[in-house]
Design a protein around this ligand. Sequence first.
Ligand code: FE
Ligand code: CA
Length: 513
Amino acid sequence: MKRRDFLITTLLSSGLIITDQLNTQAASIPDFSNSPFTLGVASGDPTADRVIIWTRLAPKPLEGGGMPNIRVPVQWKVAKDATMSEIVRQGTVIATPELGHSVHVDVTQLEANQVYWYQFQVGNYQSAIARTKTLPNPNAAVDEVRFAFASCQDWQNGYYVAHKHLAKEELDFVVFLGDYIYERSGNKNTVRQHQGEDCLTLEDYRNRYGEYKSDPNLQASHHRFPWIMTWDDHEVDNNYANLTAEDAQSLEQFQARRKAAYQAYYEHTPIRVSFQPGKDITLYRSFDLGNLGKLMVLDTRQYRSDQPCGDGAKPRCPEVTSKTATLLGTEQEQWLQSQLSDNSASWNIIAQQVMMAQYNLDPHPQKGMFNMDQWDGYVDCRRRLLNFLHDNEIPNPVVITGDLHSSWVNNLTLDFDDPTSPIVATEFVATSISSGFPQQYVSAVNVARVANPHVKFFEGSKHGYVRCTVTPEYLKSDYRVVSSVVDPQASIDTLQSFVVKNGQPGVLANSKN
Ligand code: FE
Ligand code: CA
């Protein structure tokens, strides 16, 4: 292909003006040795009239991307059909070296509750054609919303067969609850090996995303549905808390590492946030599912106080009940309360990372042992939220959770130590896409079940995702699990299904179907 430079003057045939203040600066198309669309495309953060479409130009995804240090014009189009013949929106966006040649287009003026297809082009190279869907109008009467939620896709530990099957579901969107990548170095004993050492720099994290996003099953899942994403710890560092690292790193070192990790996260996810390099990202946000529900997405990493009692599974130390300990930070906690108050939705779905239910791992209650990285380390913050839900009679709160690499269903009660305490919400914890849950943890949890009667289901050896069907009458969760994470041909099945009925908090039914 002949190299050509040109000035971006007219951006669109549809009349949309892209608000890139640099869009009149020169941009040019380099000579690519192979397709720059090695990481696929993605869409996310759908609303009734918008969706973010994303790609990143990376002909060499494991070597920093392989792009020259120039601005590159990328054409995009959105159509009503899979053959891209009925174009409804199109334009050109500039991919810059500062953002790793990633692009986010917030496609506006779409119709509510509609399927669309989208595609990018640069020079003679075209991306895959991918499907997306807008949400219903905020107050529209909606009969049914279907989504899946997933988390924890340690690429080393297994293949993404769960994504292969997820991509064949009939869903409106996917919610991803964190641990999209794992930051650690290669492990010789796993089915695939990370390239490189622990991620510390922007280039390290970019290459790690390059490795993960090259997986065709993960791409298939993105190509089929819009995703609504949040992060947990491994997008930066295991069990970090705000600016406290897990490893021995100075504050300055960890600040630089977190900035790099946050930027790489932005560069590789279809999220609608205002991003400026070096600045924090406000990731908590909400989505209206017609009159049926509201989905509130939390960030329990960026603002939390340090894990109490030195982290890990410990008996409670005095810090656990500290009034100033927080998992959400003051601003996010106030935002969540206002979101919960300010809506008339039938279902209030809170998407977040770590398990909210209490779990006492020591069956001798006089001592007790709790996972300090979960809400169990932030008891007063949890008490405030559950009391708020109860006191304000928030309709049908349902919490969806990741992080634990195992499947749980919990009734959230006002006082977990009192079996007669009212149930205020239901929590569904999805197992991991591929990350492991050691067998000794399975036994430890099972032994302690007797001391935790609000936990209605636990399974610790299977991997997959949870599929949810929401209707005015009920919310149903299907625990979809694969037969193996190390067999690329593994099958999928429903392990068990659980139902919450409108107006009756807590899990009332469970059945295999
Ligand atoms: Fe994880
Ligand atoms: Ca985690």
